[in-house]
Design a protein around this ligand. Structure first.
Ligand code: FPP
Length: 251
C-alpha cells in the first residue's frame, strides 16, 4: 500500500479536498447493528483520513458530517449522531492543536443544541492559531442553505446602499458564502456507490473533479484516499477551455 502513496505527485495535490462520507447506515445494517454503530466506526475513518491528508500536505479538507436534511432522521439517530460529533470534536481537539490543524465549522449552527454550539466555539478557539491544515466540518450544512444565507447578506448590503446590484458577480457571491475563507475544492469524493451531490457545496464544486467509490465510509481508509488522489492526478482539468489551450499554458 505504501506504493500507492509513493506514486502520488506532491506538487499536484488538490489544495482543497471535499468528502461526502456516506454508507455508515448500510455498513451497520450489513452487521445486523444499529445505524449509530456505523457512525461510531465512521469516526475511525475520519481520524485516518484527516491524519493522512495532513501528512500529504492537503491544505483544506471539508467533511460533510451532517446535512440540514439529516435533522429529519429519527430522533434517536439525530441525537446520537450529534452527541458523537460533539464528543469526537471534544476528544480530538488537543490532537488537532498539536498537529497544527485548524478546525472550522460551516452550516446553520443555530439549529444545534446550545451546549453543542458552546463546545464547538471552544474547539474553534483552541485551534485558531493553527495553519498546517484547515479541517472544515460541514455541520447542519446544505448548499442551498449557504446560497440562501449569502443572498440575505447581499440583500441587506444592497438595501443599505453599501453595494450596487450590478457589482454582484461570481466573486462577490463567493465572498458571502460560508466558505469565503477557503479556495474551491478541486476534488470531491463520495463513498458508498451513490452518484449524487446531495446538496453539498453546490456553488463551490463548479469545477471540481468527482470521484465515486463503492467503499462504505467506515471502510474508507488512507489507501482508498491514495487511490482517489492518483485517479485525480490522471485527469486533465480544462475549466471550459480546449485540451490544446490547457496544454500550452505555463504551469
Ligand atoms: C452518512 O451515512 C453519514 C452521516 C450522515 C454522518 C457522518 C458522520 C460520521 C462519519 C461521524 C463523523 C464524526 C466526525 C467527528 C466528523 P448514512 O447514515 O447516510 O449511511 P447510509 O446511506 O448507508 O444509510
Amino acid at each position: 500500500m505504501e506504493d500507492l502513496k509513493a506514486n502520488i505527485e506532491r506538487d499536484h495535490l488538490p489544495q482543497h479536498l471535499a468528502i461526502i462520507m456516506d454508507g455508515n447506515g448500510r455498513w451497520a445494517k450489513e452487521r445486523g447493528e444499529d445505524r449509530l454503530f456505523g457512525h461510531f466506526h465512521g469516526v475511525q475513518s475520519v481520524r485516518d483520513i484527516v491524519e493522512a491528508s495532513a501528512e500529504l500536505g492537503i491544505q483544506y479538507l471539508t467533511l460533510y458530517a451532517f446535512s440540514t436534511e439529516n435533522w429529519d432522521r429519527p430522533q434517536a439517530e439525530v441525537s446520537g449522531l450529534m452527541e458523537l460529533l460533539v464528543n469526537t470534536i471534544r476528544k480530538e481537539v488537543e490532537q488537532l492543536k498539536k498537529n497544527g490543524i485548524r478546525l472550522h465549522v460551516i452550516g446553520d449552527l443555530t439549529m444545534l443544541p446550545p451546549t453543542a454550539q458552546q463546545e464547538l466555539t471552544e474547539a474553534l478557539e483552541l485551534t485558531a492559531e493553527n495553519d498546517h491544515m484547515h479541517l472544515i466540518m460541514a455541520l447542519s450544512y446544505s448548499g442551498r442553505w449557504d446560497i440562501t444565507q449569502a443572498f440575505h447578506q447581499l440583500g441587506r448590503k444592497i438595501q443599505a446602499g453599501e453595494l450596487s446590484p450590478e457589482s454582484v458577480d461570481a466573486e462577490v457571491i463567493a465572498a458571502h458564502l460560508s466558505t469565503r475563507d477557503f479556495p474551491d475544492p478541486e476534488l470531491m469524493i463520495r463513498t458508498s456507490g451513490e452518484h449524487r451531490i446531495s446538496n453539498f457545496l453546490l456553488y463551490q464544486l463548479a469545477y471540481a473533479e468527482f470521484y465515486f467509490t463503492e467503499t462504505l465510509w467506515p471502510d474508507f481508509r488512507r489507501q482508498h484516499l491514495y487511490k482517489a488522489l492518483l485517479d485525480y492526478q490522471q485527469r486533465e482539468r480544462r475549466f471550459g477551455k480546449t485540451s490544446e489551450q490547457v496544454s500550452s499554458e505555463p504551469i
